[in-house]
Design a protein around this ligand. Structure first.
Ligand code: ATP
Length: 257
């Protein structure tokens, strides 16, 4: 089933075209790494899908025009981890992760057993159970990031949009997160994650979409997208490209000459 279909999508910000004529289809079971240099339009693309940035063109979620959906309908289909990791209220971690269940609850209803199980599972996956009763505002940057990812996981939406989800995480938690996202894809859900770490993107994503100056310049399996020529032309770098038993290995080495 197609979870997301974008066609002829364009967006303008501050009088500048930030996305131009983007077409993208994401089916169930895909872990898509959205990659590209700073300012390429990655965050804007996620925000247009959510209706947070105005755009022209077509956006379909689960086969339905996104423009015709209520916020509640959309929240059942798509969860979102924004780039900003601000936590405004001093609520407990448990409570904050529990907010991920809001789209599933009628107004003023108490969470039921299924909601509590989803919250516990999300906290387990992101290794934040030990912080359950602490105030979320008092955690370290990486701990906050893991709690916010857990909140998005608790939403149990078929499609997750995550903006730089590995930022601030230590290497073990970065790998844990990539495993979680790959696991969601195996279960038939899909993830689109903006990533700057090309090594993680190459190793864990089933598909990479490379954005440059607001346009998709490559889309396919990591091996096809991350070529030496593209890394030079789009990112201006030279990188080690290799293989081991686990797949493609990419390690940026220096600026391109
Ligand atoms: N509110 C805004 N007003 C004007 N221009 C904006 C606004 N938000 C983003 N832009 C511009 O749009 C372009 C795309 O920004 P976007 O945040 O989508 O890039 P990105 O690929 O996510 O970058 P990064 O890797 O640095 O997070 C940039 O040139 C940015 O300066």
């Amino acid at each position: 089933m197609t979870l997301l279909a974008l066609s002829s999508l364009s967006a303008e910000l501050g009088g500048k075209t930030v996305l131009r004529d983007v077409a993208l289809t994401v089916k169930e079971g895909e872990f898509v790494g959205l990659i590209g240099p700073n300012g390429a339009g990655k965050s804007t693309l996620l925000r247009t899908i959510l209706g947070l940035t105005p755009s022209q063109g077509n956006i379909e979620l689960g086969g339905q025009a996104a423009a015709s959906m209520s916020a509640a309908q959309r929240a059942k289909l798509v969860s979102y981890l924004p780039q900003e990791r601000e936590i405004a209220w001093p609520v407990t971690v448990e409570r904050l992760v529990g907010l991920g269940r809001a789209p599933h609850l009628p107004p003023f209803a108490r969470p039921g057993a299924a909601d509590e199980a989803a919250v516990r599972e999300a906290m387990r996956r992101m290794d934040v159970e030990d912080f359950a009763t602490r105030r979320a505002t008092e955690l370290s940057g990486g701990e906050k990031a893991r709690v916010l990812i857990a909140r998005a996981l608790a939403q149990e939406a078929p499609l997750m949009l995550a903006d730089e989800p590995t930022a601030g995480l230590d290497p073990a938690h970065q790998i844990t997160l990539m495993r979680v996202f790959a696991g969601l894809a195996k279960e038939g859900r899909s993830v689109i994650a903006c990533l700057h770490d090309l090594g993680l993107a190459a190793r864990w994503c089933s598909r990479l979409v490379l954005l440059a100056n607001g346009s998709i310049v490559a889309d396919g399996p990591p091996r096809d997208v991350l070529t030496a020529a593209r890394l030079r032309d789009v990112y201006g770098i030279q990188a080690y490209l290799g293989e081991d038993g686990g797949g493609l290995v990419v390690h940026p080495l220096d600026l391109a000459e």
